[in-house]
Ligand binder design. Structure first.
Ligand code: UDP
Length: 478
């Protein structure tokens, strides 16, 4: 991974990938458009670098996307680089508060006052000094999300073009969104460009002429999304412990981001009151960070109380192992709360609900385990209370899975209710959520139809060529 937190701002290795491999999926015409866009971007950048600055190199949608997207940019002959900022615990407490605020929630209820501002600035000043040593005049710097947003001014003063790329948001402003935006506004208002996943996420004071709407994408060839035989899915899940098995099959292969072969050989840490789900039981799956807004506990209760036990379905909630998630101080608390509510479930139901913490030491291996679990799911859920985009939804769409998700944020840009999946208008309506899962478990033709439509939409709209084409337009300018 090349990431070293002790040395401060750290650079993540970015490989070069030839986008030609997408052609078999996107066809000659889209490929030709992509190549024209790459030529134009390369000419516009005239040898300058595109530096991406984010808060983590693994875990969450931003890291997931940068991992492969930047490799295609490099493969197009553009010097794309990725730097991860370093912060202490208090810094990430503050930035998580901002993150929750932009989603319209109080988070940990803490303050965002002068003391927090001073600390935020102090941490970013240190990172900024290192960044300036790397930057050259004319480079383009994409600053991702609120954590590194305070670097904008330093980068601009070094003569680079700053794009603030915001992956999160909420349609209707409220007290918490206003407070978070007021905290960020002095840092980002002079950015040269803004990129949001949805137009409605941009606060009113952002100049529309400098605002671009670019939804995320997935890479169909990454360890997260590459094809996996049914046999290997079962072997992998049995081996890691997510399905009942002898736990001793040969380790399953996957493709690392540098193109080399990897093998799944770590285990998933699972909390369950009996055996793992049998391979032939329908499995409902949600894969999410342990974050209040993903509402893993709500998924559990909706499943436990509103899905007919007679269907014999199991539920697996999987998130990353909570220890060592540097930029998310709330993960352990959210997981613990989930465990507490799991313990309170009636015994008979508890045996069919499994809480899984996946190993994060090797992000490619984590991706491969997640791939297998998503592919095995009879139903994939994403019952978020708020969502920037929801790559887990795109990933499930690509795998032709029937999906039940909340009609929030970027999820509604991916799924139309009844067409590519089922949407729940009110994410707190557990009865409707359970009924939608039940419907898909009972109606196999409907589940297949929604899954096929989901795959077609993901292929048409959410692959890297569309995404890179939009970035190329941004680099080239009007
Ligand atoms: N993810 C994963 N394993 C986990 C939990 C999450 O691989 O146990 C990945 C997931 O597949 C997706 C990303 O983390 O690629 C989450 O992105 P999303 O946009 O859904 O949400 P975010 O975490 O950015 O809010």
């Amino acid at each position: 991974m090349g990431a070293n937190r002790r040395k401060g701002l750290c650079e993540v290795d970015v490989q070069a990938l030839d986008a030609a491999r997408l052609e078999s999926l996107i066809g000659a015409e889209r490929m030709a458009r992509y190549e024209r866009a790459a030529d134009a971007a390369q000419a516009a950048l005239a040898g300058h670098s595109v530096l991406n600055v984010s808060s983590t190199s693994s875990g969450g949608g931003v890291a997931e996307m940068l991992q492969t997207l930047l490799a295609y940019v490099r493969g197009a002959g553009i010097d794309a680089r990725w730097l991860v900022i370093r912060g202490d615990e208090h810094f990430f407490e503050i930035t998580k508060r901002i993150h929750n605020g932009i989603y319209g929630t109080p988070g940990d209820d803490g303050a965002l006052g002068e003391q927090e501002r001073a600390h935020y600035e102090r941490v970013l000043r240190r990172n900024g000094e290192e960044l300036l040593a790397i930057l050259r005049q004319g480079d383009v710097v994409l600053i991702h999300d609120p954590q590194p947003a305070g670097l904008t001014e330093a980068v601009r003063s070094a003569g680079a073009r700053v794009v603030w790329r915001c992956h999160i948001g909420r349609e209707e402003p409220n007290h918490w969104t206003e407070r978070a935006w007021e905290f960020l506004r002095p840092y980002i208002q002079d950015a040269d460009d803004f990129v949001f996943s949805r137009a409605s996420f941009a606060p009113a004071w952002v100049d529309p002429a400098r605002t671009h709407v670019i939804p995320p994408s997935i890479d169909p060839f990454s360890a997260k999304n590459e094809p996996m035989s049914r046999r290997n899915v079962l072997l992998a899940l049995g081996y890691v412990g997510l399905l009942d098995g002898d736990g001793d099959p040969p380790a399953v292969p996957f493709t690392r981001r540098d193109g080399s072969p990897g093998r799944i050989n770590r285990h998933v840490d699972i909390l369950q009151s009996g055996p793992a789900p049998p391979a032939d039981a329908p499995l409902v799956v949600q894969v999410s960070r342990w974050d209040t807004l993903k509402d893993m506990a709500g998924v559990m209760e909706g499943f436990a109380h509103h899905v007919d036990a007679g269907l014999g379905a199991h539920l697996t909630l999987m998130g990353p192992a909570v220890k060592g998630i540097v930029d998310d101080p709330e993960a352990a608390m959210v997981y613990d709360e989930c465990v507490e509510r799991w313990r309170a479930l009636p015994h008979a139901i508890r045996g069919r609900v499994h809480l899984a913490c996946a190993p994060v030491a090797d992000p490619d291996e984590l991706a491969a385990i997640t791939n297998a679990l998503q592919r095995h799911a009879a139903v994939v859920t994403q019952k978020s209370l708020a969502e920037g985009f929801g790559l887990t939804v795109t990933e499930a769409m690509w795998k032709s899975r029937p999906i039940v998700a909340s009609a929030v944020g970027g999820i509604v840009d991916q799924i139309e209710d009844g067409k590519q999946g089922l949407l729940i208008e009110d994410p707190s309506d557990l009865a409707s959520f359970g009924a939608a899962i039940e419907r898909l478990l009972r109606d196999a033709p409907l589940a297949r139809k929604l899954g096929a439509a989901a795959r077609a939409r993901a292929a048409a709209e959410f692959l890297g060529d569309r995404h890179l084409d939009q970035y190329a337009q941004l680099f080239v300018g009007p």
